[in-house]
Design a protein around this ligand. Sequence first.
Ligand code: DGY
Length: 339
Amino acid sequence: MNNTDQRPVAYLTRRYPAVVEAAFAEHFRVALNPDDTPRSADDLARALQECDVLVPTVSDVLNAHAFAANTLRTKLIANVGVGFNHVDLLAAQRAGIAVTNTPDVLTDDTADLTIALILMTARRLGEGERLVRAGTWRGLAPTFHLGRSLRGLTLGIVGYGRIGQAVAQRAVAFGMRVQWIGRTMAQTEAQAMAQARAHATEQSSPAATGAALSLEALLSSSDIVSLHAPATPHTHHLINASRIALIKRSGILINTARGSLVDEAALASALSSGQIAAAGLDVYEHEPQIHPALLALENVVLLPHLGSATLETRTAMGLRALENALLWVAGQPLRDRVI
Ligand code: DGY
């Protein structure tokens, strides 16, 4: 960094597409993490003392320890990601640090990946690919490797925010029936129903139904359950052993939200005993560690947190974090302020 450069310091904790890093460098003195290694708690605590704007992502755990020093320099945490459960918001607020996230720009890609997991699990695509690679495929046979047709199945969406609604739109196009529960049901219902009606008219296929359901009723009446709720103390192990037991034996659980929503040990045991048919996971309780019992199972698809992992979306996320950082520099209201 140039010593005569008085611009604020932005620390990007991970590598970003070149366009994003270059755009930050136009406006900030930029500190990078050239090796792209996950930052430790101590690295992050130090970063809060050395930079004006910290640009972290979901792999950076900013707990109370990170905010403990008396000499924090950071004024804004411009998180790259819509989820911010890795940041202790109360500790940030006490330290006078604003926090922003990057909603909207990752909705479509995350919804697409959710549909990919639905197809992978219902049509048993991971298993199929493994057996081709293992050289054990003996050619087509009418009863070979049968999956489930999506048309006519009921998708239960838990968490009906932007991503949950985008999944619902896509599922309707596949001929699925959709039901949901959401924390902000009362506010989103009218909008969601209007959306569902528009889709039903366009596609003449079953519309989403917005009846007020309990989680338990949704679990027991859906063929596929897809999780789209944020990670909060309230949603920790929302899907535990007793709730998994409500899912049909033919049922499929999809999680592209946060690992903490599901009791992974209980899920592994339900999958291995055949209590539910399959699961498709993009997120885990202790990323990047995956419960060893899950790794041994054929009826689970395991992806490495790829929901928003496209060049287009990761670029848009980085630029959205920059937009928030520039608003902070200009002293203007932050577009995506969380606290
Ligand atoms: C998010 O945005 O929270 C994703 O999980 C990380 O890309």
